[in-house]
Ligand binder design. Sequence first.
Ligand code: PLP
Length: 359
Amino acid sequence: MRRVWNFYPGPGALPLPVLRRVRAELLDFRGLGMSVMELSHRSDAALNLIAETLERLRRLLDLDESFELLLLQGGASLQFAMVPLNLSPPGGKVDYVDTGYWTARAIAEARRLGRDVAIAASSGPEHRQLPAQLQVRADTCYLHLCSNNTIEGTQWQVIPRVQAPLVVDMSSDILSRRIDCRTISCLYAHAQKTLGPAGTTLVALRRDVVKHIPEDMPTMLDYRPHIAQRSNYNTPPIFAIYVVGCVLDWLENEVGGLEAIEQINRRKAALLYQVIDESALFQCPVTAASRSLMNVVFRLAEPRLEAQFVRAAAERGLIGLAGHRSVGGCRASLYNPVSLEAVGELADFMRRFEQRLAA
Ligand SMILES: Cc1ncc(COP(=O)(O)O)c(C=O)c1O
């Protein structure tokens, strides 16, 4: 079996022990004589599986019973709409921190839904450094920010504390490090980067924000039916939820939990930033204090060289290193399943590529 070193930005690598477990359990889930994909979503086995996965998420995020946890569909992009629809009335004030491509999408969606959007701070136009000051309106319904900017390669080292209810898009760094989620009113993250395969999206909501959800919402866009039915209002993506559960089990019991994965993630990113900072060929546009542990973006002197680098890396089995189509350049995504060994291979390759060009 040939496995490549996978640096795709999401969907991306999954832990090999998880893939092996999924293969082993595929035809007979927990001795029931059928695959997890064949389970009725109303069966005890499916209900238990969803409940266990939510419990693991609650434990790893260290969230108590004052939070509702949901596994929904529609990706993070659906949350760009569900957040303003549920957490603010039509015409209501909502504040956003603009830090790149995905926050721009979230902002556009809130505007489209007729909210009064203000930009509390911006890292633009080039998004090299996250803003130090936020200007949040006293009567805003919430402040929205993105903890890790997948495309720009910036990450909040500390999640800002604000008076307003805080909403955080954690799609590309959830459970990659310890952060105090209890200061957040609503967080959401699709699964396909650090949690598992695409198909389900985690939402955690403080119970007090749920009380203010406007009436007369389309049912599927209203958090309440999903809460009432424990993420089983309509047919849930049970296979994706099952794999998320396996990834969380791996994280807790094989890796050793959040502190352990954070240490590994810090070592991985440090290895790559060191190669870049010591190089005359590679350059990281992001200032040191805003650099992401998850998405290391870098440039070479010209696009022609970047294409050559991505091609040569792929020939060596190092896959997924092109930057996002909106910004170009190169990017290595180092989500939880990407091993230190994989990053070591990439670091070696980058050094050798530079030496070859200089020769
Ligand atoms: C930070 C962030 N938010 C939102 C999205 C959109 O996610 P989805 O494709 O699940 O809608 C992405 C996609 O990669 C992302 O990185």
